[in-house]
Design a protein around this ligand. Structure first.
Ligand SMILES: [Zn+2]
Length: 105
């Protein structure tokens, strides 16, 4: 899957902006992202059961850092100390259709 054309952390708005194309731009609230963390600490690998979900996310959640992993994912280091979540482009794309995501173009 193609990487997003751009990825921006908009801290003041509390969102991650992802542009898949010029007319395909979304904003994902940090809380939505953190609550959807796909790592093994947040989702049970065998069952797919979510251990850490949206209701567990603190109000003031924000990324401390974010980095590209290869050309397939974004790793986010959160201010709650969590840093094991790798969000693949497929997962981020799916989150753009989730409730709470905002399409801006
Ligand atoms: Zn996680």
């Amino acid at each position: 899957m193609q990487a997003p054309r751009h990825i921006r952390l908009l801290r003041e708005s509390g969102v991650l902006e992802l542009a898949w194309d010029r007319q395909d731009v979304y904003r994902l609230p940090f809380r939505l992202l953190r609550g959807a963390c796909p790592c093994a600490g947040c989702v049970e690998e065998m069952t797919g059961r979510r251990i850490y979900g949206p209701e567990d996310v603190p109000e003031d959640i924000a990324p401390v850092d974010a980095e590209l992993v290869g050309n397939y994912a974004l790793r986010i280091v959160w201010n709650d100390g969590h840093n094991t979540g790798l969000y693949t482009w497929e997962q981020l794309r799916a989150l753009c259709d989730a409730e709470g995501a905002q399409q801006i173009a």
